[in-house]
Design a protein around this ligand. Structure first.
Ligand SMILES: *[C@@H]1O[C@H](CO)[C@@H](O)[C@H](O)[C@H]1NC(C)=O
Ligand SMILES: *[C@@H]1O[C@H](CO)[C@@H](O)[C@H](O)[C@H]1NC(C)=O
Ligand SMILES: *[C@@H]1O[C@H](CO)[C@@H](O)[C@H](O)[C@H]1NC(C)=O
Ligand SMILES: *[C@@H]1O[C@H](CO)[C@@H](O)[C@H](O)[C@H]1NC(C)=O
Ligand SMILES: *[C@@H]1O[C@H](CO)[C@@H](O)[C@H](O)[C@H]1NC(C)=O
Ligand SMILES: *[C@@H]1O[C@H](CO)[C@@H](O)[C@H](O)[C@H]1NC(C)=O
Length: 477
């Protein structure tokens, strides 16, 4: 009896050949296949082109604040195809590619789809409690570095700072359309492996590539205490160019194996990411019993975020500055649409989270930066309570020290600020017409999060007018 050719071929491969293909080639292949996948889909199903067209339309539609179907990003007439539909098309292709790679005699490219994924062992449980995995989901300039420190400072948590930076760097997905959806799926799969302490998954994305699992180029290594303490901090021997080094001591290049071991030894894992756009994509992670995932979505007043981005990423906001300086020029519609699209994707994620679909129940918490800035200790305690991780004096001490610092910090990425003084600073330097543009583009998000619109220039700068509605811990008003 003839077995189907691909399986037979796959099963009779010489083992040493299979083993010679390492993780690196696995992800490189995966990426190559992502491209093939989309060619397949375009040709056969036309799904991607439909999605792609529709994704481009997101910002143009009136928002529907009552949208209740979590499977749909926007209401029917907003025309965005369900992401689950896309995801299922993607899984089918993954399965086809799995067969295809067996056919070619390659190690299957998709680990998550491979046979070993099903038999994954539960996380090793150490210490007192049950291992927790916390994802701090944010966007840039929302204070996520600061909030990330709440977890970084806790000795029994393994914390990673923006590991997905490497993926964004290596894989240049175009803005919008099918590529945006593809990148979200890659981010998700990498994220899952990282939460499981499979740090090797990053290696193919690190440039220059690590040798022997050693690298000096892990993005902002110094922002993870766990990567800078013994035994992950190996003795510093020779001076080499080190782009990202530890803050308080010199270490040898990062040994990824040692880091992964440390990750498994710690009681909990936390990770901060500003590159996850849609909460919906995380469903497979939330449903993975090995992870017992907790998602904390951090949001901030979009007016403050824009003001902060215009300083931190000045180059990207040239047209905004020109518009502000030369009154008559119209601000390009593209810029406004991009702003609206950003606000909408944050709002849609939050709305989904607050609806608490069964897969997210008890796993989602929405936090406003402004509340953290005004009551850092209280919010930190709440986040720890939500995560189910005991709050330690170590973290408390760090918060005390770093929220009452003198205002001499000129580093735009600094987390050390008198936070209760800082959080409203933008109001006094932001031109009212800029605030108006944000209010017009981000109205639905601002309403949801309790950011009040400023009526006029005077109320924007009037300290006795609060622009913040109070919200309870779990968003119960
Ligand atoms: C949302 O639902 C409420 C009550 O069901 C309704 O009064 C309101 O008009 C709806 N809003 C939109 C934008 O459909
Ligand atoms: C939605 O689209 C359908 C068909 O395209 C149309 O019949 C319906 O009136 C639209 N609904 C709204 C609220 O625009
Ligand atoms: C892959 O191969 C398996 C086993 O032969 C088969 O059941 C499955 O349908 C194949 N998947 C695709 C998408 O061709
Ligand atoms: C990295 O650490 C592992 C685990 O201790 C060790 O076996 C390996 O030799 C180290 N790699 C290098 C290049 O030192
Ligand atoms: C921080 O700012 C608040 C509000 O302006 C002020 O009350 C407090 O004294 C400041 N703390 C320090 C240490 O400067
Ligand atoms: C600020 O707002 C308060 C309350 O609305 C008002 O009484 C006060 O006159 C305003 N101050 C200025 C300088 O406009």
């Amino acid at each position: 009896m003839a077995l189907p050719f691909p399986m037979e071929k796959g099963l009779t491969l010489p083992q040493d050949f299979v083993h010679s293909l390492k993780i690196r080639s696995k992800y490189a292949l995966f990426l190559a296949f992502v491209v093939i996948v989309f060619i397949f889909i375009e040709k056969e199903n036309k799904i991607i082109s439909r999605v792609s067209d529709k994704l481009k339309q997101i910002p143009q539609f009136e928002t529907d604040a009552n949208s209740t179907d979590p499977a749909l990003l926007l209401s029917e007439n907003a025309s965005l195809l369900s992401l689950s539909e896309l995801d299922s098309a993607f899984s089918q292709l993954q399965s086809r590619l799995y067969n295809f790679s067996l056919h070619l005699g390659l190690e299957p490219v998709m680990e998550a789809q491979g046979p070993e994924a099903a038999s994954g062992k539960p996380s090793q449980q150490t210490g007192t409690g049950h291992r927790r995995h916390v994802l701090l989901m944010a966007t840039t300039r929302t204070g996520s570095s600061f909030v990330g420190e709440f977890f970084n400072q806790q000795g029994n948590i393994f914390y990673l700072f923006e590991p997905l930076w490497h993926i964004e760097r290596t894989v240049s997905f175009q803005q919008g359309g099918a590529s945006a959806a593809a990148s979200a799926l890659v981010y998700r799969d990498v994220l899952k492996q990282l939460l499981l302490c499979d740090l090797y998954v990053l290696e193919p994305f690190i440039s220059p590539p690590p040798e022997d699992h050693l690298t000096q180029f892990l993005f902002r290594r110094g922002s993870s205490r766990s990567l800078c303490e013994d035994p992950v901090c190996t003795p510093f021997v020779k001076k080499v160019f080190e782009k990202y080094h530890c803050r308080n001591r010199r270490c040898g290049p990062l040994n990824v194996t040692l880091a992964a071991e440390a990750c498994r030894r710690k009681d909990h894992m936390a990770l901060k990411a500003v590159r996850i756009r849609q909460l919906e994509f995380l469903q497979p992670l939330a449903e993975d019993p090995r992870l017992d995932l907790r998602v904390i979505q951090l949001v901030r007043d979009p007016r403050a975020v824009l003001a902060s981005r215009m300083v931190a990423f000045a180059g990207k906001y040239e047209s905004w500055k020109k518009w502000l300086a030369e009154g008559q020029d119209r601000l390009s519609e593209d810029e406004v649409q991009r702003l609206r699209g950003n606000c909408e994707s944050i709002r849609l994620s939050a709305e989904l989270g607050l609806q608490q679909p069964p897969w997210l129940r008890g796993r989602y918490m929405l936090v406003r930066y402004e509340d953290v800035a005004r009551r850092p200790l209280q919010k930190a305690r709440e986040m720890y309570g939500f995560a189910g991780i005991p709050f330690t004096p170590q973290v408390e001490e760090w918060i005390q020290k770093n929220t009452q610092a003198a205002r001499d910090s000129s580093d735009v990425y600094s987390t050390q600020k008198n936070s209760s003084e800082q959080f409203e600073k933008w109001r006094f330097s932001m031109p009212f017409k800029l605030a108006q543009v944000v209010q017009a583009a981000c109205g639905p998000a601002m309403r949801l999060f309790g950011y009040k619109l400023a009526r006029d220039a005077a109320s924007l700068t009037n300290r006795s007018i609060s622009l913040l509605e109070e919200r309870g811990t779990f968003w119960v008003t």
